[in-house]
Each structure stands twice: as C-alpha cells, then as structure tokens.
Design a protein around this ligand. Structure first.
Ligand code: 13P
Ligand code: SF4
Length: 324
C-alpha cells in the first residue's frame, strides 16, 4: 500500500544559511510585516511555513484582502503577478523569478492578439494561468474552481473565446453546455498522466476513487470519480468515506491531503514515462532557501508596466465580483 511520509523540518545544510530556516523566516515575516502565500504544489516545507495555502482563487482572494506590507508568493510567476496587479503599492516577492508556467507560456501575447482579432464579437474568458498581457486582453478571468460558474453567467447568445487551457475549456463546455472557441494551450504536467497506468491502479485498488484536476486530458478525466480545483480535490478527499485515492494532479497537494487525513492513502497518478514529470518543474524551482533569501534581500520582486497592470486588473476584479 502506498503512503506518503510527512517531511521533517528543514534545517539548512549550508553555513551561509541560518541553522533553523523556519525560525529565520518567521522572524523576517514579523520584521517585514509580510504574509507568505503558498500554492499546494509547493514543496511541503514551504507549505509548512506559509500563512495561507490555497488554490489560485483562494490565493487571489487572500492577495486582494491582505493588510501585510510585503507579499511573499510561493507559487509561479502568473500567481505572484496577479498579487501585484491587485496590490500595486505592496512589495511582491517570488523566491525564483524563473518559476514560470508551461500553460501560460503556451499563449504568447502577439499570437493571442491575432487570434482575438480573427474572432470579432467574442468576449474573452481567460484562465488565471496566463501572463498579465493576456489578462489585459481579456474580459473575465477565471480559475479552475469558478470557470463553469462564470461561463454560465454570460448571456447564451454571446460568443466566447476561452484561453489558454484547451482541457479546462473542453471540461467547461461539457459542464456548461456552452460552445467555446478554444485556444489550444495545455499544461506539461497534467498532460503527462498515463491512462493505461491509472486503469492498472484501479484494478489493483478496486476500492480507490480517482480524483483529477480539469487540466488533465479527457482520456484521464473519463476515469475520474471527481473533478475539481486543487482545493476542491482536497475537500473532496477529506469529506468522502473512501480510504484510497488515485490523485491526478501535481503530487505536492498530497502533503495537505495526508496531513488532514493521516489514515487515508493517496496514490499519485503516474506519468507515462518513468520520470518525475508529474511534478511541476516551475513550482519546484522555489525552495525554502530561496524563500528565505527573497525575504532577507527583498528581491526578486514582481514589477509590471502600470498600463498593463490597470488593464489586467479589470477582468480580475470582474472574476472576484462574479464569484463572490
Ligand atoms: P488551482 O487553481 O486548482 O490551484 O490550479 C492551479 C494550477 O496551476 C494547476 O496546474
Ligand atoms: Fe503551470 Fe502546469 Fe505547473 Fe500549474 S502545474 S503551474 S499549469 S506548468
């Protein structure tokens, strides 16, 4: 039976770092009046030092309401950028500025501008996993937890472009019954799960439920007992009476699942190859050491042109109003 071991406190190995990074980070948090927001895909020691852990929608809500002077965003670039769009006067730090997102990268601004121009009369609903430039060209931002709800609020005769994730877009089409023009982007992590290996695991664990993120390919989603955002998957796994789950999303989330239900078993859905490619390489660029250094040096910080920020803010605010 597969079990996940809860990690130990992280003590820095290098002399250049304080012996107890947790203590040092907590001291810097007070000194800076900082809040640490972490996504579920971060390493478990980062999740353990964070003030809030959440899915993209919850973290955006936290970023919109925080009284902290400094936001340390343990996640990927588009998430920290969203926090900056909402908080132009705060210092927003990302432990590693190279922590990008393959899905956001699959939708370059110049190509998307042409795509939009080729579909006059359409409104643009964009998944939050996109750059500020794409947000600035959008009418409404959504996350995986509110995409269906927001699309259903748009008048039925209004044509819609959905970008950048084709898998989430397809899932929203199925759930809402609406026809969407899809940008053909995808996430390198969620397209890696092997349908064959998931079916094999279901045979080995007939009592298990498959829970999946909507960024997965349809071949994986068709085996899912439940589909939802990272937070929704966590809540479902706690509420369900099932004891064994096959988890088709980035395995970082299993840390919280296991913490909240130590007696349940969580099996990460395997990738097609014998690799660790079900782990998001972008998220994993952030480490506890880099988080400490970012707070100590107050860098690297997220900046963006004011014109882009203002244009990107409008569809984010619309999302927050429509999903309240
Ligand atoms: P959630 O909004 O479900 O947290 O998903 C974010 C993400 O990047 C999934 O790959
Ligand atoms: Fe982007 Fe995929 Fe990583 Fe999420 S898991 S941050 S969509 S690359």
């Amino acid at each position: 039976m597969f079990t996940t071991t809860l990690p130990q406190r992280n003590f820095a190995q290098t002399a250049a770092f304080p012996h107890d990074l947790f203590e040092a980070i907590n001291a810097l948090k007070k000194e800076l009046n900082a809040v640490i927001l972490a996504h579920y895909y971060q390493d478990s020691d980062i999740q353990d030092v964070a003030d809030y852990i959440g899915d993209s929608l919850e973290l955006s809500r936290k970023a919109a309401s925080t009284n902290a002077d400094v936001i340390v965003f343990a996640g990927v670039h588009f998430m920290a950028e969203t926090a900056k769009i909402l908080n132009p006067d705060k210092l927003v730090l990302l432990p590693d500025l190279n922590a990008g997102c393959s899905l956001a990268d699959s939708c370059p601004a110049d190509a998307f501008a042409k795509f939009k121009a080729a579909h006059p009369g359409h409104i643009v609903v964009s998944y939050i996993n996109c750059s500020a430039e794409i947000k600035a060209m959008s009418d409404i931002i959504c996350t995986s937890s509110n995409a269906v709800k927001l699309v259903l609020q748009i008048p039925e005769d209004q044509p819609i472009i959905f970008a950048p994730d084709r898998n989430l877009g397809r899932y929203v089409m199925e759930q809402s019954g609406r026809d969407l023009v899809l940008w053909q982007g995808s996430c390198m992590v969620h397209e890696t799960f092997s349908e064959k290996k998931i079916v094999q695991l279901k045979i080995e664990h007939p009592e298990a439920e498959v829970i999946a993120h909507p960024e997965c390919e349809p071949s994986v989603l068709r085996h899912a007992n439940y589909v939802g955002s990272t937070s929704a998957l966590l809540k479902y796994s706690q509420a369900s009476s099932t004891q064994v789950f096959i988890v088709a999303t980035e395995p970082g989330i299993i840390h919280q699942m296991q913490k909240q239900a130590p007696n349940k078993h969580f099996i990460p859905a395997p990738p097609m190859n014998d690799c660790a490619c079900n782990e998001c390489p972008h998220m994993r660029l952030n480490t506890l050491e880099k988080l400490y250094l970012a707070m100590k040096n107050r860098a690297p910080e997220i900046t963006l042109p004011e014109e882009t920020r203002v244009a990107a803010l409008r569809p984010i605010q619309r999302m927050l109003e429509m999903s309240a």
